[in-house]
Design a protein around this ligand. Sequence first.
Ligand code: T46
Length: 135
Amino acid sequence: MEIKTYRLQQHGDERGHLVSLEEKIDVPFEIKRVYYMFDTRPGVVRGMHAHKSLEQLLVCVHGSVKILLDDGEEKRTVVLDNPYEGLYVANNMWREMSEFTEGAVLMVFASKYYDEDDYIRDYDEFLRFVGKKQV
Ligand code: T46
């Protein structure tokens, strides 16, 4: 499975750092929605679902978080621990986010508006959806 990470351009100077993201330039799709999660309790695992068509870019703007990606055949984990690295998460990919450090903020840029019908929350259904399991 190919893991795509983007090194986001930093505009740093003596005052500090700034990262700017522009759709189809720094993010490989049109951005329809941005959301972020914070105050995640210790030991919590979020996600545990896939999306039928949504594409996303995940950036841990503070702290660190472990991301598990699973295409139904192979699982890979990536640790996001800096605000200038973006992890691209394609559709048809089971994802789990865990090991949020205290104060971690995970920001997500999404290619579509929120739509619960785009979620696959059952792992067996996900395997059938990606053709890795017989009906
Ligand atoms: C994903 C991973 C990385 C909304 O009302 N609008 C939104 O845009 C989102 C993302 C969520 N919600 C509501 C739905 C739930 O009642 O917020 C609540 C928490 O959402 P959820 O349990 O889906 O959150 P996570 O952290 O498990 O998953 C989220 C995204 O939902 C998902 O698309 O890929 O982050």
